[in-house]
Design a protein around this ligand. Sequence first.
Ligand SMILES: Cc1ncc(COP(=O)(O)O)c(C=O)c1O
Length: 419
Amino acid sequence: MSSSFWHPFANMSAVARKEFVVDRGEGVWVYDTAGARYLDATASLWYTLVGHGRTEIIDAMAAQARRLEAYHTFGDFSNPPIAALAERIAGYAPEASSKVFFTSGGSDSVDTAAKMARRYFQVTGEPERTILITRSWAYHGMHGFGTSLGGVPGNADGYGTLLPDVVRVPFDSTDALSAAIDEAGARRIAAFFCEPVIGAGGVRPAPDGYLKEARRIVSDAGALFIADEVVTGFGRAGDWFASNRFSLEPDLITFAKGVTSGYLPMGGVITSPRVSAPFFADGGPMLRHGYTYSGHPTVAAAAMANLDILEREGLAGRALELEGTLVEGLESLTDHPLVGGHRSGVGFLGALVLAPDALARDADLPVKAFLAARAAGVICRPIGGDGLQVSPPLSITDAEFDQLIALLRRGLDALPVGT
Ligand SMILES: Cc1ncc(COP(=O)(O)O)c(C=O)c1O
């Protein structure tokens, strides 16, 4: 047990006395220091798309690190792996001739996209467009912009005044989006941030038709549509990006997590030609923004090897197949007295929702259910205040998925049903 480690998103008064120490991983399994194994039903924090322990990625990282472990890319500096990765990611993007700006993670990417949006309008002669519209239950990371944009209750509490010019709308209503634009004035809107499937806010797919309609409304307002694909990108939504699947053609796409399957940290922003053009034009302005590790060559090598696996094993297609399997699996648990239903159906991510009467008796039930499931051998995550996240690696086999559902039931069975 470490007495010096301050865990993220943790109540340290409880955690410091009782850490759960993960020691190694292989495929969809992780092992604690005592050697007990757990099925990783969340792919860590959504990101382990190809599973743990893929030596191909580890070898690629080591080979690149031996050649050039790290070098910055500010100004005119580049390196071969990052140049190749940018070409490759641009090739997966919905719009031809997209550009890719690299960061170190999802929160970096959200801040980058927000700054790009406002700066874009400044350099194109509409500096009054500063308002960012966001949705209830949204999670856009924990930097300054992301904390301001988030819609998960509690996450912004206690930090004083956050960013101005942020407007929040209900996540599931395009009428509310239109009304918010009308109220602020279309000419004030810079961008709309949208997770195609809300992830950390509880796995909430958009209602049918929502995404296309929201895209249309934002276009009509002349604003930028920013798809936050930090969770959905690189296969989890059943295509390279949910934006491809739903033909959204966003102006900006934020990504992270799945680009490397988490083997090393990376994020980025895919920019459509509309947004990049003024910055790439002869004599165009500079974007005074970037991070020390933007374009890190060893991270890029990990991403390239990860993308090789995603392509070779057809894992985006597999996610599409698994979408139905997940719905059926979660549905099969709804006969349990502690289960009320599930949110799933778009991509290989879902939430098992606990029964409202049980939640009314005990608001801590999601945490208790997560702990009981873990004790039974499957790692989920309490999410959205009412359920458990299920988003395993895309490399999971059918037999392992059946095992996941069986272990989840065993965990729930270990809890008292109550009266
Ligand atoms: C949709 C979305 N955006 C941004 C982030 C922030 O990413 P990071 O934790 O890598 O900073 C997350 C993290 O889960 C996310 O789910």
